[in-house]
Design a protein around this ligand. Structure first.
Ligand code: PNS
Length: 190
């Protein structure tokens, strides 16, 4: 069985990686499909996001990474997939995800949406949250693959903030709200 895991992945997080790894155990083949969305200004281009996902998943031999535009269900039909894979983190995800699943079912009765509950440790995690933390100089290397953390720091500042090089902070130690090196740098969309 072939499953499509569609999403923005701007950028991939450890939460996405958790779903990908578990999906690869459940399905014969999984395609991570990055949406080319002209209505959004992402932090990373689609080729950058594809490269980030590929670099995060060399251990998964039944995984392919691709991009698509238009409707997810049309891409899934084109690839002859039997399932769409999505992660569910918290209750607030559920409403939108259920709506998408129902809508996709009306467009193709043959393709099922399969939800995996995101592992507990990533239930709070989103790409937007990661970008916001990095933007204000916080540590993100426990939230995304290491090379992605470097990419994000480079996007915002060209060099990683000293405060973000370790996650072993003393409980009382506070991260700066804005890392000094970031001041005056042009904003990128997050
Ligand atoms: O990572 P995201 O942003 O939560 O992914 C959302 C995504 C890409 C799965 C969803 O927006 C999508 O499928 N977009 C493609 C357009 C489409 O098929 N719309 C109808 C779905 S109901």
């Amino acid at each position: 069985m072939l499953a499509i895991y569609p999403g923005s992945f701007d950028p991939i997080t450890l939460g996405h990686l958790d779903i990908i790894e578990r999906g690869c155990k459940l399905f014969d083949q999984v395609i991570v499909a990055v949406l080319r969305n002209p209505n959004k200004t992402p932090l990373f281009t689609v080729p950058e996001r594809i490269e980030q996902i590929r670099r995060s998943t060399p251990h998964l031999s039944n995984l392919e990474v691709d991009s698509f535009d238009g409707l997810t269900i049309n891409y899934a039909k084109m690839r002859r997939a039997t399932a769409l894979l999505r992660g569910l983190r918290v209750l607030s995800d559920f409403e939108m995800e259920l709506q998408m699943a129902h809508t996709n079912k009306t467009l193709s009765a043959q393709i099922e949406t399969v939800f995996l509950a995101t592992s507990n440790e990533y239930s709070f995690l989103s790409s937007s949250l990661v970008k916001e933390i990095a933007r204000f100089g916080g540590a993100i290397d426990h939230l995304v693959p290491k090379h992605v953390a470097v990419d994000i720091y480079q996007c915002f500042a060209k060099i990683p903030p000293a405060s973000a090089q370790t996650t072993d902070l003393a409980p009382t130690q506070e991260l700066p709200r804005t890392a000094p090196f970031m001041e005056g740098l042009p904003d990128r969309e997050v």
